[in-house]
Ligand binder design. Structure first.
Ligand code: UDP
Ligand code: MG
Length: 320
């Protein structure tokens, strides 16, 4: 068994979590007290409340707390990514700022890591205390994702996990902008251990995952791991061509061998509408992929750091 030596990093994406962070840091400090060295790296995802000031105070009060502030809201996945890039530990544990991911589970994650697992991921119990809407949409999303991609992501696989340094280093090599971290980790392999937990209620504030952000995450998860929707459009295209061929033959037959004339008007209108619809779907699917190509080709940075505890340290060094 690996002894716990070296640094353990805890990374926490936070978007408008001013009330939660002091409590979280307290709880984490308590949980982490048996371990020699650890750091709490909070990624402030362009918060508009006092999160940044709170972090500055916390990083002054606790030598273990570091933070990075984004210049605007880049989203949870980008915050996680920044966390993985800036964490310095031998293992990196990611958890939410709202205390829904119980800090008391961290020693269990570390225990598994010591047993030699490189990825320790968690799955929440199915009857977690979220709204009916959130539970069903999340369940359906994972079901759909498993169907269209080759990923075997489980229901309720949230971003509460431990990664070994090796995994973090390989994750950091992925330069794609649409990084769906959950999917990527499931896809990368390594020795993975699974832990089931019961999520707590959000400590303070409201969810930062609006419906819009949820849909965006779901679309990103699917389109960054599957090209099957593209094949669907090809399949539909074939089906339509065959249908059109048969229908064309029938129209020709009616025109030349019978004397029924404009009787098929309704059919024609219906068909036009139907085909128009299908064409739109197909074009839409292609548009999604074209959009992704467009974004990837530009190779924009995934985030821009506007402030961090490091910048100050460097400044201090220069003054000395
Ligand atoms: N979060 C973030 N950027 C965002 C949205 C959320 O960094 O744009 C963080 C948020 O502060 C929290 C975590 O991601 O630490 C999970 O968000 P939340 O708890 O609101 O989601 P829920 O638990 O409701 O799914
Ligand atoms: Mg939450």
């Amino acid at each position: 068994m690996k002894p716990v030596t070296g640094l353990i990093s805890l990374i926490v994406p936070a978007y408008n979590e001013e009330e939660n962070l002091p409590v979280l840091v307290d709880r984490l400090t308590e949980v982490m007290s048996p371990y020699d060295q650890y750091e709490i790296l909070v990624i402030d995802d362009g918060s508009s409340d006092r999160t940044r000031q709170v972090l500055r105070q916390l990083s002054q009060a606790y030598s273990t707390v570091r933070f990075i502030s984004f210049s605007r809201n880049f989203g949870h996945q980008m915050a996680l990514r920044a966390g993985y890039e800036h964490a310095r530990g031998q293992c990196v544990i990611s958890l939410d700022a709202d205390l829904q991911h119980p800090p008391e589970l961290i020693p269990t994650l570390i225990e598994k890591w010591r047993e030699g697992y490189e990825v320790v991921y968690t799955v929440r119990e199915p009857d977690f205390n979220a709204s009916w809407f959130k539970r069903t949409t999340s369940q359906q999303f994972y079901r759909l994702l498993r169907k269209v991609s080759d990923l075997s992501l489980e229901d309720g696989a949230a971003d509460f996990r431990l990664l070994d340094r090796v995994v973090v280093d390989s994750l950091n090599q992925f330069k794609e902008n649409d990084l769906f971290v959950r999917g990527m980790i499931s896809w990368m392999g390594f020795r993975q251990a699974r832990i089931v937990y019961r999520p707590a209620a959000r400590f303070a504030g409201t969810t930062k995952y609006s419906l819009r952000k949820m849909v965006k995450l779901a679309l990103m998860g699917i389109t960054s791991f599957s090209t099957r929707p593209l094949y669907l459009s090809v399949f539909l295209g074939f089906l339509m061509s065959i249908g059109a061929g048969i229908f064309g033959l029938e129209v020709l037959y009616e025109k030349y061998f019978t004397n029924q004339t404009v009787s098929g008007w309704t059919t024609l209108v219906l068909l036009m509408v139907l085909m128009g619809g299908i064409q739109f779907i197909v074009i839409g699917i292609m548009g999604v992929y074209l959009g992704k190509t467009f974004i990837e080709v530009k190779k924009r940075p995934s985030f821009i750091v506007s402030d961090s505890s490091e910048i100050e340290e460097i400044a201090e060094l220069e003054w000395k």
